[in-house]
Write a protein that binds this ligand. Structure first.
Ligand code: URA
Length: 228
């Protein structure tokens, strides 16, 4: 990998900024000052910027508590994007799936493409739990209806688990993540979703993350996801 890409990936700045760092002779590799941005680094090189030894972190895994009015995209014309809330300038991080602009809650962000693909694959059946508020009383048979395959016109749902909390609020666990799935399931039983928050994604929970806050996954969480 090129030295400038390596330093940009490690959050030392944009490609332009890291070229400046290199030009200013602040980078040493295996004891030699390196001034070429296209110098090829390898993973066993000892790379220092000033007095700091830089360890290459290939994959990052971040969990964000997404507020409403942010979109799960890399750029958008109308809304701010969730990446603005994450304290990194790595350019290769992407959200695992999407939450609607008016949905809050847990979204995983990573540059591990294989993990992203696996978690989104319908075959993986990763459970996602949503807290839902609706505008009308949840029908008594909703639990039974959601536990059976439902025809949502363009697809048939996998059985889902509904835990009714009050006349107009519930937790719903689904193992897929089709476009507007939760809202569409509730529409089918005569309720419009007025508030939606994802509390769980597989083994991950929001814990005490405030809205708009993010944190890195622990090693345990990463290996649990890898072994799903
Ligand atoms: N289902 C929805 O309807 N919206 C979301 O944001 C997530 C799941």
């Amino acid at each position: 990998m090129r030295l400038d890409k390596f330093l940009a990936d490690m959050s030392f700045g944009t490609r332009k900024e890291v070229k400046e760092i290199i030009k200013k002779k602040r980078v040493q590799i295996n004891g030699n000052i390196i001034t070429k941005a296209d110098y090829k680094v390898s993973l066993d090189d000892e790379i220092y910027v000033d007095d700091d030894l830089i360890e290459y972190v290939e994959y990052e895994y971040i969990v964000l508590n997404k507020p409403q009015d942010y979109v799960c995209a890399l750029e958008d014309r109308y809304y701010p994007v969730i990446m603005e809330l994450v304290d990194t300038i790595r350019k290769d991080l992407v959200p695992v799936g999407r939450l609607d602009v008016d949905t809050e809650g847990l979204i995983l962000i990573t540059n591990d493409g294989q993990m992203n693909h696996k978690l989104l694959s319908p075959k993986s059946h990763v459970d996602k739990t949503y807290y839902v508020e609706v505008d009308a009383p949840i029908p008594a048979d909703a639990q039974e209806i959601f536990s059976q395959p439902m025809d949502l016109d363009d697809f048939i749902t996998q059985p889902a688990k509904l835990e009714v909390l009050s006349e107009t609020s519930a937790n719903l666990t689904i193992s897929e993540g089709k476009f507007h799935q939760v809202k569409r399931m509730f529409e089918k039983v005569g309720c419009t979703v007025t508030y939606l928050r994802r509390d769980k994604f597989g083994p991950l929970t929001l814990g005490d993350l405030e809205l708009g806050e993010s944190r890195y996954l622990t090693e345990d969480e990463i290996s649990t996801l890898q072994n799903l």
